[in-house]
Design a protein around this ligand. Sequence first.
Ligand code: BGC
Length: 751
Amino acid sequence: MKKISILAIAFSTFLISCDNQLASDRDPIEDKVDSLLAKMTLTEKIGQTAQRGTSSRVKGPLSEELKTAVREGRIGSLINVMNKKYVDELQRIAVEESPNGIPLIFGRDVIHGFKTIFPIPLGQAATWNPQLVREGARIAAVEASTFGVRWTFAPMLDIARDPRWGRIAESPGEDPYLASILSEAYVKGFQGDDLANPSSMMACAKHFVGYGAAEGGRDYNTAIIHEPLLRNVYLPPFQKAIDAGVQTFMSGFNELNGVPVSGNQFLLDQILRQEWKFDGFVVSDWNSVTEMIAHGYCQDEKEAALKAATAGVDMEMTSQAYDNYLGELIDSGEIDLAQLDRMVRAILRVKFRMGLFDQPYRIDKPEVVLSEEHLEKAKNSAVQSVVLLKNDNKILPLASEKKLAVIGPMADAPLDQLGTWVFDGNQKDSVTPLTALKESLGTESFNFVPALDYSRDRSELQFQAAVDAARKSDVILFFGGEEAILSGEAHSRAHINLPGAQERLIKELKRKTKKPIVLVIQAGRPITLENIINDVDAIVMAWHAGTMAGPAIVDIISGKANPSGRLPISWPKSVGQIPMYYNYKNTGRPASAKTFVGIDDIPRGAWQSSLGNESHYLDDGFTPQYPFGYGLSYASFSYDNMTLSSDTLSEGAEMIIRFDITNTSHLEGVETAQIYVLDKVGSITRPVRELKGFKRVNLKPLEKKTVEIIIHTDDLSFYNGNNQLVLEPGEFSVFVGSNAQATMRKDFWIR
Ligand code: BGC
């Protein structure tokens, strides 16, 4: 008996200490959330789930109706309020006059800069430099937060394999590994070291998920992605965002495998919350809750509210299905009050983490906006985003004594160089290539004839003037591309070549003058070059590089900076090749250069199966114009002495891949060394290779460096046909080199 009671005392002491332990481990924010939630009325709870807003261009005036809604606690967040006075006034009403003084969060699409515009995200991905990306995001937060924007709807983490899709401009490209590294960089940059700091801007991982797989690249379209592919390719950058501390997710517009993602419980609940333990909140995309009616997935707004809330959308952007029907759905028992509490709890938790209850107001610091330091960083990012695609006869960098003809619609296009999703950047702050050329070369050393007024211009009236200017020059610097409006949301293109009369103009210039042509492309996507690639001597891909695009491009073409950008996406030869991505599957009949017979070489009357019967196009072959990871430098590099620390690994082990890179030129340059792995045999078929590591290496003239990249066996695991993450024993190959076609190879085994 005594024994038992001693045991009982010991046990209860243990329980009490566990309890204390638990109490002290519990995040104090959770207590604050609970006690606030306990005081809130149903109206206020539903209010927290509402995000109201106007389109990006409307700036006011503040309606009495809006003020009343805030005062009554019927709004949790606002989007696109871009007048500092209104931001302050609305926040004051929320904090001082609403029933529980819950602050609002002000959100905005701050995608690649706020006033200081950085390259479009696809361009930033081409830097392969996460530190630079992080700094760019930090600067965006520092500037935007002074206007009260504490929440950005970025980063967009949609893997994109189709450059017809306009939003590829906003994407991190086609590769899940690179996208995951960038995901972390963006989240940490936007959110800073301390989310509660008034200069931090909460990030939003979007669009969860599959939006980039829109059929045919047509925006908002159907996405069909089988689950292992979803888990191996589309989900990793999102999961990485959680590891980096992202506080919000956005559910997209698209349907995935038949269910719109804004009503998709499998994605928003099972994967996001149960598997990944995400404890922030999910906001819908703009009206994506009520758009489930047009999808044919919901009968009406009420059903849309039911399905979105049940699936896991906590806050509804702009449409008002929650506002109109959540109350009714709770009364009828179709939605449990506990479910609404869970939604509101997530929103409040994040508001506490952002420090909004202690410091709800923005801190005005106009001096940071477009500061010299920010412009310098934006220029550096633009320089590093530039990808040199072609450089015949080393025409670039341009020798200073060469007389230039500056031609083309994008030489002086201050709005277009900013790119898509620039709500706050101003074209008057842009420094165009023309301005930068004038500043660095003076006006005497070049003749400027735009010849086309904008990228779609079809008029040939100025062609002769352009030819005349070219005749008086040594080199033609042709600034081509597409206007900002041709990429971005809902701006898909079926043809992705240079629009308007640009190709005709290039051909005319070549035919009539025979002068070398340097084509500088400013565009939101890869541009197919099949019609003109042989007419131009050099090609510089400058994306839409933002406020400082001009000085960055001029530094590159003059040789002040050495190009170091690498493609974050395969560059197709033609639209017909799309989708064209490097991590494809081999098929049972892989194409090969040895057996390939191109369309012009087929003998007339050839026997049906005399061409080898392999997976390729007769006309465009089986390789892209430029592979993923590709980019030239003015320097040249060679690789050798590749070794693996071991050729047999067991689970949990690491392998060091070592190799030497030599700068074989007399110019300093940066080489981005890339590691690709092929898992030769799998329980489901595996991609022909996958990027598993990279390093940017700076090399002085003739310098040689030994580079080490470590991979862990975890990096080689994948989701199998049962959607389990597995590491499968077997033989692997690792390739090292400067792009996805790298050939230096070693094999190893996982036992
Ligand atoms: C886009 C989102 C964006 C939202 C708010 C939508 O049309 O798909 O990416 O964040 O608008 O502007």
